[in-house]
Design a protein around this ligand. Structure first.
Ligand code: UDX
Length: 487
């Protein structure tokens, strides 16, 4: 059959939260730079937020083969700001399952239809779909219309591998377990035999029954990956090679092409494009913190942020406040407006915890995180161990204190402390005395030990995305495979 005159055209469909949209937009930009046409599907609420970010608009405007499409999410009344994070994810998931299928199908079919709008037909027929690995609604559509589909998982390879092994853990009687005796070892995951304890498994494993919706969702969505043409991961061989090899036994087409933010930066530099990199933030960044950082000594500030989903009680916030202040270290702290739960209305937050400068610290509601981590004043990162944050820290050689809360974060933090030795794992505690001690350890007492490891890891990460590096070669392989999917 004759090949189409158009370049390949990929439809990308992320799960609509910051930590997923961000890396999938970076992937979209990398594919556009490789000459591939991209339709990027956002829910209306995400698109509305992104359209306020003029950097994103102008960056993508430079690609005539790129187009945003939107689908309604029907969520505006359903997700109160203060919802606990796993609940929020489930509400969004259920809503998309019931609304996305016909619209997604229409978008794909319209692209291949000669009577479509000129903007649509300019992109050519859809070659393949790249969907978020928890959106099997896209898999069903792709199978219906006979188009290849690849999955993209935004989290670590280690977490994906555990999700894939969940049936085996159940079969071996290691799951489910109640939320106690968390130091019991977990023996049956290949490649992690002497590493895992119950507490390092994803948070949703701490259940009495596997019938809990979030558990069922991850279990079934992950198994469906085996029906796709391949899996793209935002990781690199040098950091997760042994686990990637385990996954390849089940999914031979595995593309580890991260850290995506650094990969994109490199490509833009090598193409001599005079466009500086900006973030894919769906919230407005408070850049005033960069000016404050300019006035701080090198490596003196610990950056504190728990990503875009984690919520905290006022009591937890107060423990962090005392721990940070008592450590005597300077800190830059992100406290999102929607992050404080109101289930402890009686609790008092410290008077000082307002945005702006405070003694020894600075508080913002959303920071330009990539720029913050790259700033010379930053010496450590107190993080929830979200995978994007972990990679952003690794690229900048910033040691971490990990306070994981949900899903993949529990295993990411275990790797940070035990395998990569890039910092300290503070999971399952939140006490001002422990926080104070860990901050001092990270920033002073054990600083040279962690810095040494962090610098080595940074070199590996940067080499992986440099020309000919592992992630760079895997991206070339991905592009080649997409080209060969053209009908
Ligand atoms: C979630 C999961 O926690 C994560 O593990 C998964 O891989 C993706 O979805 P999130 O909890 O938001 O994401 O954490 P993280 O993965 O770290 O992503 C947060 C993103 O927001 C990062 O790219 C970070 O740079 C950005 N961010 C965070 C800001 O730009 N400013 C901030 O103030 C805080």
């Amino acid at each position: 059959m004759e090949k189409t005159e158009f370049p390949p055209h990929v439809v990308i469909f992320p799960f609509p939260v910051q930590g997923h949209v961000n890396p999938m937009l970076k992937l979209a930009e990398l594919l556009c730079l490789s000459g591939i046409h991209v339709t990027f599907i956002n829910t209306l609420s995400i698109q509305n937020r992104l359209s306020r970010n003029t950097d994103i608009q102008s960056r993508f405007n430079r690609f005539p083969g790129f187009r945003f499409e939107t689908i309604p999410d029907g969520l505006s009344n359903k997700v109160p700001q203060t919802y606990q994070e796993t609940h929020k994810v489930m509400v969004i998931f259920d809503s998309l399952r019931s609304t996305a299928k016909p619209i997604l199908k229409e978008i794909i079919l319209a692209a291949g239809c000669p009577s479509g709008s000129s903007e649509v037909t300019r992109q050519g027929p859809v070659t393949c779909v790249i969907a978020d690995g928890i959106l099997s609604v896209a898999l069903e559509v792709a199978e219906d219309v006979g188009i290849p589909i690849l999955y993209f998982r935004t989290a670590s390879a280690a977490s994906f591998w555990i999700y894939l092994c969940l049936p085996q853990l159940i079969q071996n009687g290691e799951l489910p377990f109640p939320g106690n005796e968390l130091d019991v070892p977990i023996a049956s995951i290949k490649g992690m035999e002497s590493l895992l304890r119950r507490r390092d498994l994803p948070s949703f494993c701490r259940v009495d029954s596997v019938d809990v919706p979030i558990f069922q969702m991850v279990l079934t969505e992950t198994q469906k990956t085996l029906r796709t043409k391949g899996l793209i991961l935002n990781t690199f061989e040098e950091v997760e090679g042994p686990i990637l090899d385990q996954i390849r036994n089940h999914l031979p087409k595995l593309y580890s092409i991260g850290p995506l933010h650094a990969h994109l930066k490199n490509k833009i530099a090598s193409e001599s494009i005079s466009q500086s990199i900006h973030s894919n933030s769906i919230w407005e960044e408070d850049k005033s913190c960069l000016k404050w950082l300019d006035d701080q000594p090198a490596n003196s500030v610990i950056y504190v942020s728990f990503g875009s989903l984690v919520t905290v009680t006022k009591n937890v916030l107060t423990e962090f406040w005392h721990g940070l202040v008592n450590s005597g270290q300077r800190f830059l702290w992100v406290i999102r407006h929607d992050s404080i739960t109101d289930n402890d209305k009686e609790a008092q937050i410290e008077e000082e915890l307002k945005e702006g400068v405070i003694e020894n610290g600075y508080i913002v509601s959303w920071a330009p995180q990539e720029e913050v981590l790259a700033h010379t004043a930053i010496g450590g990162f107190l993080t929830h161990s979200g995978w994007n944050s972990t990679l952003e820290s690794i690229i900048e050689g910033v040691p971490m204190i990990c306070w994981p809360q949900l899903a993949d974060q529990q295993i990411n933090s275990r790797y940070v402390e035990e395998v990569w030795k890039l910092g300290l794992d503070m999971k399952d505690t939140c006490d001002r005395v422990i926080i104070e001690k860990m901050v001092r350890d990270l920033m002073e007492l054990r600083r040279s030990e962690f810095l040494h490891r962090a610098n080595d890891m940074t070199k590996l990460a940067r080499a992986s995305v440099a020309e000919g590096g592992s992630s760079d070669s895997n991206l070339a392989g991905l592009v080649q495979d997409i080209v060969s999917m053209q009908r």
